[in-house]
Write a protein that binds this ligand. Structure first.
Ligand code: SF4
Length: 365
């Protein structure tokens, strides 16, 4: 455990906090794009350790949470097609659509199966050659290459009954949309560590170049995040916005070219519907034409009625950083992890789940 301990060293943490306190003389508002960062910030109590004039806001970085109600309704409709096996990662099972959840559809007889990897989904197709097996593709650039690999694997192995319902999303367009919306005043962005491992830190160059906004890509240990906040603070104070890399053990400027190549061999950028943000051009990943025969959206056309968000749920506002989870009137009373009303409380990366789990009721300094 020596390696992890080094990234949680209290002495180094105190030094970084002292540095941040010394330099952050003005109010600063940083958005952590990634839900994993929201959880890490809450888990390590970093909000309480940072000076009061630094505010951390959670952003749209949870792929389960940003899946729109309409897309979720379509997934549930696919699961209800007789004979179909719908495979999904566990987080999606309890996310409420307009009229129930995947879990509810399963209880009513739909064959919905939780898998731990795309390999499991392909194996499920191999084991059930007479039935269509659909994998529900939810995730950012981190997940999409593995789903692409599963499609190529099915092609190579001649597994004809494996399909993907691709709801994958690309992160930079969402960040742009939040900044263009101008609803939330921000001073800097804590860049997502896992996503940037794939797309490379250069993918965030538009933040300083077009918006004058500093960005520091961070890992998920306490020192990773404090170091990134220190970098953001320094860039702001010195008036030199740039993309800093506080996660160099995983992130490079170019990212992972093999994963990118795999992703774009199978997928291409398409419009995508984001909960709380709306439809953004070139912000999703759809299957390329040569893989139409694997595209569940084409092979299994479905009709759904009008979708509607869970009543009273403010997830859309939370995902844009316009509302802190604790400001939602339903937080911790009608909406809890055991009885969640919205995806931000269901997902293991959701901001509401993070705030509930670490019980920070006295919000916002
Ligand atoms: Fe939605 Fe529950 Fe979060 Fe409120 S607390 S925004 S109802 S998930």
């Amino acid at each position: 455990m020596k390696y992890i301990d080094e990234f949680r060293d209290p002495k180094l943490a105190r030094r970084l906090i002292a540095h941040i306190k010394r330099r952050a003389t003005e109010p600063m508002r940083f958005m952590e794009f990634c839900g994993g960062h929201t959880h890490a910030i809450m888990r390590y109590g970093l909000r309480q350790l940072l000076p009061a004039n630094i505010k951390m806001l959670s952003g749209p970085g949870c792929p389960v949470c940003v899946t729109s109600c309409t897309d979720l309704d379509r997934a549930i409709a696919l699961a209800r097609i007789p004979g179909v096996i719908l495979t999904t990662f566990g987080d999606m099972l309890r996310v409420p659509g307009s009229d129930g959840t995947l879990s509810g559809a399963k209880a009513e007889g739909a064959d919905v199966r939780m898998v731990y990897s795309t390999l499991d989904a392909v194996q499920c197709a191999r084991d059930n050659p007479d039935r269509p097996v659909i994998f529900l593709g939810i995730g950012f650039e981190t997940t999409a290459p593995t789903v692409a690999a599963s499609i190529l694997q099915a092609e190579r192995a001649g597994i004809h009954n494996y399909y993907v319902f691709s709801l994958h999303k690309l992160t930079p367009p969402a960040m742009r949309a939040i900044l263009d919306g101008g609803e939330v005043a921000l001073s800097g962005i804590l860049g997502p560590g896992h996503v940037t491992t794939i797309i490379g830190s250069q993918a965030w160059a538009f933040l300083p170049e077009e918006y004058g906004m500093p960005c520091a890509v961070a890992g998920f240990e306490s020192l990773d995040i404090l170091r990134a906040v220190a970098m953001l603070t320094d860039m702001l104070v010195e008036g030199r916005p740039a993309v800093a890399n506080a996660y160099p053990r995983c992130v490079s400027r170019e990212g992972n070219p093999n994963a990118q190549e795999m992703m774009y061999r199978v997928f291409q950028a398409t419009p995508a519907d984001w909960r709380g943000i709306g439809t953004l051009p070139e912000s999703g990943l759809g299957l390329r034409e040569e893989f139409d025969h694997r595209d569940a959206a084409l092979v299994f056309p479905i009709e759904i009625g009008p979708s509607h968000e869970p009543k009273g749920c403010r997830c859309g506002d939370v995902l844009r950083g316009a509302l802190s989870p604790t400001e939602c009137p339903l937080f911790a009373n009608r909406c809890t992890p055991t009885s969640p009303l919205g995806p931000c409380m269901v997902s293991s990366e959701g901001a509401c789940a993070a705030y509930f789990t670490y019980r920070e009721y006295k919000d916002d300094h």
